[in-house]
Design a protein around this ligand. Structure first.
Ligand code: PBG
Length: 334
């Protein structure tokens, strides 16, 4: 028997009893303005190809992308992130196509900016869609991705994107020192307003599988891996070091990637630096949720919104998610 006197005065359930008091003390809210929509862009017109491992996601030619961009604006999603699907014939060991000012990405930027100037445009700075070997940088005879030579190419790639009208360039390559050199080059070329989103703590994750399938870099990469530049999933302190360096070099925002399995990193990064921190809920996270939902094993809407809210609660200021449009619609209806 518990004596009445010692029975808890503190009843945690009081505030949970009614919807009004649950809403009143809710600490975090997910909003369409927190979301960034990543899209896969194809060359040509009238093209739309489903990505098998990402049900509901398609690779789209630019004309097909325009209605999606309009939908982002309508729903209050502030930005999209472009990922090109580059034809195998245009891939080469030196990724020359990445520097083509008339390439797919610059043309997509121009088309989107012309139609929807107020939509934020983020471009991926990395060479993997353009290299015949599928690595994010240039390689030497041994296959090692060479840092400084790669950075020189990334700097030019970022400048091409900025010149075409990108609002934010996002280096996802994990080379050392690229943020500083990109900032320097952008400033020197007069692109002082172009923001840099650094994929600062990007892990060598197996959850990128469906993305590599979607952009066609999986085949090029073959049995290769990215362990010599992306971070070891076993490490946490190193993420702070990476983020600190990127901020010091001039990053306007930093990113932790993937999302859900790395929320401890998100929290540490946010607490340590208090800088704008974005999180990428990556392709494999999307695939897991979709697959379970399709089987009827998980309720898609509530699980997706819970996962996104959890990412925000961990410290994210924004989330790149393939669910951006669906989530924004659900939030509107809620
Ligand atoms: C490539 C890049 C990758 C992703 C974004 N940019 C893949 C990789 O590093 O191999 C992954 C995104 C996702 O899985 O959704 N630089």
């Amino acid at each position: 028997m518990i004596p009445l006197g010692s029975y808890p005065r503190r009843r945690m359930r009081r505030m949970r009893r009614d919807e009004f008091s649950r809403r009143l003390v809710r600490e975090h809210r997910l909003d369409a303005a927190d979301l960034i929509y990543p899209v896969f862009v194809l060359d040509g017109t009238g093209r739309e190809e489903a990505v098998p491992s990402m049900p509901g996601v398609s690779r789209l030619s630019v004309d097909r992308l325009l209605p999606r961009a309009e939908e982002c604006l309508r729903l209050g999603v502030p930005a999209i992130a472009l990922f090109p699907v580059v034809e195998p014939a245009l891939k080469s060991p030196d990724a020359a196509e990445a520097l083509n000012p008339e390439g797919l990405v610059p043309r997509a930027i121009q088309a989107l900016k012309q139609r929807f100037p107020e939509l934020g445009l983020i471009t991926d700075v990395a060479l993997d869609p353009y290299t015949s070997h599928g690595q994010d940088g240039l390689i030497d005879e041994s296959g090692y991705v060479v840092n400084d030579e790669t950075v020189s190419v990334l700097v030019r790639q970022a400048t091409v994107h900025a010149a075409a009208g990108a609002d934010i360039v996002a280096p996802s390559d994990m080379m050392d020192g690229r943020i500083g050199r990109i900032r320097e080059a952008l400033d020197a070329a007069g692109f002082i307003h172009t923001r840099i989103l650094a994929y600062a703590a990007k892990y060598a994750s197996s959850f990128y599988g469906p993305f590599r399938e979607a952009v066609g870099s999986a085949a090029s990469l073959g049995q290769g891996n990215k362990y010599t530049y992306q971070m070891d999933p076993a490490n946490s302190d190193e993420a702070l070091w990476e983020v600190g360096l990127d901020l010091q070099e001039g990053a306007d925002m930093v990113m932790v990637k993937p999302g859900l399995p790395y929320l401890d990193i998100v929290r540490r990064v946010k607490d340590t630096f208090r800088a704008p921190t974005l999180v990428y809920q990556v392709s494999g996270e999307y695939a897991m949720l979709k697959a379970a939902a399709q089987q009827g094993w998980l309720d898609e809407r509530s699980c997706v919104l819970e996962a996104l809210l959890a990412i925000k609660r961990a410290g994210a200021d924004g989330i790149l998610t393939y669910f951006a449009l669906e989530a924004a619609r659900w939030l509107r209806a809620a």
